[in-house]
Design a protein around this ligand. Structure first.
Ligand code: ATP
Ligand code: MG
Length: 920
């Protein structure tokens, strides 16, 4: 067997299939764009789902890729195996070859055999193939695949094994495309049986580690209907997935994925930190495995924009980092260390996955911050958890209430998975359902939880039927409604359908809320942060009984091929078949376009001023304003905000042309166009370039050769944009704040919005100047002078009050009461404060160094002072306050407290008596 590096093995796989006519396509993001049903991309098939269900197509029929996958949540959750075994990861790469209605079983099986045995030289007699045999007896047995296997040169025919639905049948959903699978397993030899000597199933799909599942070939050949009917698909597909780390371990001749060169760098970093020898490491390998796995996952997640946080995907990143950190403590690591491991990950994978290099600063920074955050609370959290666990153990229970585990998360940041680790280490468990419920309730209460909320599309079948019907009537082409928001805002057409209250109707009436389907639309459908268009649909008959008008407030893609305009009938009675004009509200749209082009300029300015890590993490492009979220650890300084604002305005003033083009995704990416994570791009993409200067080129030549001109900004973007930056007018940042951990948010206005803001602020300024009776320019000086004056006056007032208090005090001294031999003063000093009372208390003590008690009140504040000799005779200042109904205390000779304002005179009347009682 050849000794290849991991990177060579990945490349071998891709090259092999490229030689066989496949197009190499890049991995999609771990965040599946356009698929809200999935938390993470969990197999190679996710990026091709639309091809399999027939809603989209690709310009090629054969593809090969290495797909980034996460199996840490939902249906595919391998977390519990990670670290415990050598073959499951949270993040892993899936190598795949794909046929979309092109080649089928014969080629797929033949090529996989050729690659494994001839190219890579795996021993033929150790390979097994599983095929499908229905345990329910409905679907035909896959003899076709079995026979093809048996015909492979050198394949042992007895190594074909049949399995049922659980192992060997694949369905995307309950209904729809499905088909049999054929898996390839490798016998690693008896010595790799971890259960050797025990009674167990030792074989393919058995219980021990001797047989390793390498590669799954799925043959999508049927369509399953709700009534159980199974029909052959007109176009059959091949979908395959091979575990990259597993094949690397086999080809490198090691007995663990973690012993491949893919993890060497990470393990070396860890060992240099712990000082363990290789032998010591292997003796306690689990923490090492968990940390390497989790650091790798976290690096890839953050590179795809999923920073640590509290909900959905962000929670997973947080959990993974914290869990990795906790396993670090098991091998004696105290300081944050994950960034160091991640550096090794980036070094290993950065060439093939450039997003890692590109986001290096963000990755390292987020890891360390999250570890520091966790370190602050983990000890308290763990102690608290251990108490809870000993309580349940004392009560003879074994499972901790999930709501309590959630409290640990919300108070101490202990993710469920970590609490569960700790519980399990003690032989106990935690109720996962309760935790999820508590989390759900919490996120509802705090208004969140929308990220993975309602998916929409509940009525997509209804609209799919409308589509079929329109197709059959030749009212629409197979691609459905034509969508072109980039050209004319006005489109003529015929009303194809009207939907009221979920029913297709032939006409609607005044005030009805309707969805209208037209053959073509110029209305933009919300995407990439840009809001829907609004506008009108009007009958072409402008008067008479035929005339009608619908105010459109929204649009949506109701099903594949179908776009609806949502609105209300404001006049007349719209009918199916009526000829209409649909017109976008262009003033509103223009405001949106200014804001959209401005977000590109803002993105550029943030990169220039903060650094390349400041990547877009979400945006809203509305007619009134724009909102832009980006990855950035700290708040921006006022100076940075000013510089960004200035740079955008300079770019506006430079009057740069904004060029829109469509080209292949590959070409755009090669040219360096910026793509956003979590966005789904088709093969053909739209690009928006803002060109540095066009002084030498006319508009025509730019269209043909924009590449020769240097680009100020270059992004993949489906939104609508203005033609020249100067059209934006002006750009003003309204606010900069935190959107989530590690994410900042800028809100800004442009064009009319900027004018309105300036106008409003200017009006306020003019009003202020008017009130100050000064010129606008002099307002700051005037305000300074006013402030000085106010503070002078305050001082003066305080002096006057103190003087008046002193006068009152002196007058009252004449009314001293004498209790036995003690002089007692009990007075209220109006409009005073604590400091003055203290000053008066001192005065009193000067005058009566012996045998004196004074109680002074202002508002609800009370002070009592007692001379030292009386303290010895049992009179204490705090006691006096309390015995006359006040609250508070202090030293025996001076106490301070409060008194209900209604009780003042009453309380003061009681002082003499209180003193008398205390005197010994
Ligand atoms: P297993 O039974 O080993 O968990 P699977 O049946 O879940 O595998 P598939 O969904 O068929 O796997 O995925 C295709 C291939 O991806 C598998 O044959 C395997 O080589 C690899 N694979 C699956 N899960 C993981 C994982 N968690 N980590 C690494 N590789 C994996
Ligand atoms: Mg699995």
């Amino acid at each position: 067997m050849k000794k290849l590096t991991g990177n060579q093995i990945r490349q071998d796989f891709i090259d092999f299939f490229v030689e066989h006519g496949h197009t190499a396509v890049p991995s999609m993001s771990l965040v599946p764009g356009g698929d809200a049903t999935l938390l993470f991309t969990n197999s190679g098939m996710v990026q091709f789902k639309d091809v399999f269900v027939g809603t989209d197509s690709r310009p090629y029929k054969r593809a090969v890729d290495s797909q980034k996958c996460m199996r840490v949540a939902g249906k595919h959750n391998d977390l519990e195996d990670v670290g415990r075994d050598d073959t499951h990861h949270t993040f892993f790469e899936m190598l795949g070859n794909w046929s979309f209605g092109d080649y089928y079983k014969k080629e797929a099986i033949g090529w996989s055999w050729q690659l494994l045995t001839e190219v890579w030289g795996l021993p033929k007699d150790k390979l097994y193939a599983t095929c499908f045999q229905d345990d329910k007896g409905n679907v035909p047995q896959d003899d076709e695949a079995a026979d093809i296997w048996k015909a492979q040169p050198g394949f042992d025919p007895s190594h074909v094994l049949f399995y049922g639905r659980k192992e060997n049948f694949w369905q995307m959903a309950e209904f729809g495309p499905c088909g049999p699978c054929s898996e390839i397993h490798l016998d690693l030899g008896e010595e790799r049986d971890n259960l050797r000597g025990t009674d167990h199933v030792c074989g393919v799909n058995g219980e021990c580690t001797r047989f390793l599942e390498l590669w799954n070939n799925v043959f999508i050949q049927y369509n399953l209907f709700e009534d159980g009917r199974l029909e052959p698909l007109p176009a059959k597909h091949v979908d395959t997935g091979m575990g990259f780390e597993r094949i690397v371990s086999v080809l490198q001749g090691v007995d663990s994925n973690y012993k491949t060169d893919l993890f060497t760098g990470s393990l070396d970093v860890l060992r240099s930190l712990t000082g363990h020898t290789e032998k010591e490491m292997l003796a306690n390998f689990t923490p090492y495995r968990v940390i390497c796995d989790h650091a790798r996952s976290a690096a890839f997640l953050i590179a795809d924009g999923v920073v640590p946080g509290n909900g959905g995907r962000n929670y997973v990143t947080r959990m993974i980092i914290r869990r990795g950190a906790r396993f670090g403590t098991k091998i004696g690591l105290k300081e944050p260390f994950l960034a160091k491991v991640a550096e090794a990950v980036i070094a290993e994978y950065g060439d093939f996955y450039p997003e890692l290099e590109k986001n290096k600063v963000t990755i390292l920074d987020n890891l360390t911050r999250e570890e520091v955050r966790f370190a602050r609370t983990v000890e308290a959290g763990t102690a608290h958890l251990e108490n809870l666990l000993s309580e349940i153990r004392a009560a003879n229970q074994t499972t901790l209430d999930g709501h309590k585990a959630f409290d640990l998360y919300s108070t101490y940041g202990l993710p469920f998975e970590i609490s569960r680790d700790i519980a399990r280490e003690l032989g106990l468990d935690i109720d996962e359902k309760g935790f999820s419920e508590a989390k759900e309730e919490h996120s509802k209460a705090s208004g969140g939880g929308k990220a993975m909320g309602k998916l929409g599309g509940e009525d997509s079948e209804f609209f799919a039927n409308i589509f079929k019907d329109l197709l059959a009537k030749n009212k629409l082409g197979k691609d459905g409604i034509e969508y072109d928001p980039y050209n004319s805002p006005k489109v003529d057409g015929e009303v194809l359908a009207i939907i009221v209250n979920g029913e297709s109707v032939s006409s609607a009436s005044l005030d009805d809320v309707v969805e209208v389907i037209l053959p073509k639309t110029g209305f933009y459908i919300e995407s990439g942060g840009q809001m829907n268009d609004e506008g009108y649909i009007r009958s072409l008959a402008l008067s008479g009984a035929e005339a009608w008008e619908i105010e459109v407030t929204s649009t949506r893609r109701a099903a594949a091929g179908i776009i609806t305009h949502i609105g209300q009938v404001i006049s007349g009675q719209p009918k199916v078949g009526d000829k209409v004009t649909a017109e976008v509200d262009t003033a509103r749209r223009h405001n949106i376009m200014r804001n959209h082009t401005a977000t590109h300029l803002l993105h550029k300015a943030l990169h220039a001023i903060l650094g390349d890590h400041a990547r877009q993490a979400g945006s809203l492009v509305a007619p009134t304003h724009l909102r832009f979220d980006f990855t950035q650890p700290d708040a921006m300084t006022p100076e940075q905000i000013e510089r960004v604002e200035k740079m955008v305005n300079e770019a506006i003033a430079a009057d740069m042309p904004v060029v829109k083009q469509t080209k292949s995704q590959d070409e755009a990416k090669k040219e360096g166009a910026m793509a956003l994570f979590g966005e789904k791009y088709g093969e053909i993409v739209r690009t928006i370039s803002i060109l540095e200067s066009d002084s030498l080129l006319s508009d025509k030549t730019q269209e043909q050769a924009p590449a020769v001109q240097s680009k100020y900004s270059y992004e993949l973007c489906g939104g609508t944009h203005i033609d020249r930056t100067s059209d934006i007018g002006a750009f003003l940042i309204v606010s900069e704040g935190s959107a989530a951990a590690g994410i900042r948010r800028i809100e800004a206005v442009t064009g009319r919005g900027a004018y309105e803001l300036i106008n409003k602020r200017f009006k306020t300024l003019k009003q202020t100047a008017g009130a100050l009776k000064s010129a606008v320019e002099e307002v700051p000086v005037k305000v300074d002078a006013l402030q000085d004056e106010v503070s002078e006056l305050k001082k003066e007032l305080a002096n006057l009050r103190a003087q008046s208090a002193l006068t009152t005090f002196n007058l009252q001294l004449a009314n001293l009461q004498i209790v036995k031999d003690v002089s007692v003063l009990a007075v209220e000093i109006p409009d005073s404060n604590v400091d003055t009372l203290r000053m008066l208390a001192d005065k009193f003590r000067e005058k009566y160094p012996k045998a004196g008690v004074a109680v002074l009140v202002t508002g609800s504040t009370i002070i009592a002072v007692v001379t030292e000799d009386l303290v010895k005779r049992g009179v204490k200042a705090g006691d006096i306050i309390q015995s006359i109904g006040g609250k508070g205390g202090g030293r025996p000779n001076l106490a301070q407290g409060s008194l209900h304002e209604n009780n003042v005179s009453d309380a003061l009347g009681k002082v003499a008596k209180a003193v008398e009682e205390k005197l010994k």
